[in-house]
Design a protein around this ligand. Structure first.
Ligand code: NAP
Length: 254
């Protein structure tokens, strides 16, 4: 039986986290760094990503910043290759990068639909496929997909394409879990509720209305998601795969 410290430690592990320049992804990087992981951060804006990387290096963590658009297959493949070249392994992949476009179905073009599916869903396919051979070779790995409450309930904001991308991510999670289980790789999802980030920014009126719908009486923080991610990435979760953890203050009504 491992000690609790060992069970939740990510010492010597390499974590690739997308959308890590701010919000939930940055919190996941910070908590994984505190647990001992070496970090590879992905986002598009190279200057902002480097700033985030510097902040984490200032806390003593080993960090590689890889600017990349996760919806572009070739960029993803070269980002994964550079993480492998730098660290020699990848133990944890967090598919977190995402975009939200709110509105009514009649507001959207086919290009809007395709863009959201590309960023929120195709990215998980490209990244998971790129890291899988290495994890298979290592005979271990963790893949975490950041979905949304919207996938299960239709959500309180967002759009049909956002909900569809996040719902598909849950089915993707379950089937990939089955594909990779024989290689001791687990694949799980987290479905956040309303979290305080740039994406989750609300007017005072909307904030009061949404907080009123949350049984625990507050919005979520990026750290609320990062702690669930740490659990799923740790040895403590080695028998959990294909699962979705709801982190939403109790708002879920199935
Ligand atoms: P955020 O604050 O808007 O941050 C999004 C991150 O993703 C940024 O680092 C952004 O950097 C990166 N990103 C966006 N498009 C990208 C692309 N094409 N390629 C690479 N990186 C990209 O969002 P957040 O609130 O932290 O959300 C993180 C995840 O949680 C998303 O998948 C979101 O759908 C999900 N989620 C959020 C909430 C919420 O209430 N906040 C609720 C449920 C689910 P660049 O712009 O520089 O690329």
């Amino acid at each position: 039986m491992s000690s609790l410290d060992t069970l939740f430690s990510l010492q010597a592990r390499v974590a690739l986290i997308t959308g890590a320049s701010r919000g939930i992804g940055f919190a996941v990087a910070r908590i994984f760094g505190a647990a001992g992981a070496r970090l590879a951060l992905v986002a598009r804006d190279a200057a902002r990503l480097e700033q985030a990387a510097e902040q984490l290096r200032g806390q003593g963590y080993t960090v590689l910043a890889c600017a990349c658009d996760v919806s572009a297959e070739t960029e993803v493949n070269s980002a994964v290759a550079s993480v492998r070249a730098q660290f020699g392994r990848i133990d944890i992949l967090v598919n977190n990068a995402g975009i939200l476009q709110a509105g009514h179905i009649t507001d959207f073009s086919a290009a809007d639909w395709e863009r959201m599916i590309a960023v929120n869903l195709n990215s998980a396919f490209y990244l998971s496929r790129a890291v899988a051979p290495l994890m298979i070779e290592q005979k271990s790995g963790r893949i975490l997909n950041i979905s949304s409450l919207t996938a299960q309930t239709g959500g309180v904001s967002g759009s049909v394409q956002y909900a569809a991308s996040k719902g598909a991510l849950l089915s993707f999670t379950k089937t990939l879990a089955r594909d990779l289980a024989p290689h001791h790789i687990t694949v799980n999802a987290i479905a956040p509720g309303q979290i305080e980030t740039d994406m989750g920014a609300l007017s005072d009126e909307a904030r009061a209305r949404i907080v009123g719908m949350i049984p625990l009486g507050r919005l979520g923080t990026p750290e609320d998601i990062a702690y669930a991610a740490l659990f799923l990435a740790s040895d403590a979760a080695s028998y959990i795969t294909g699962a979705t953890i709801d982190v939403n203050g109790g708002i879920l009504k199935r």
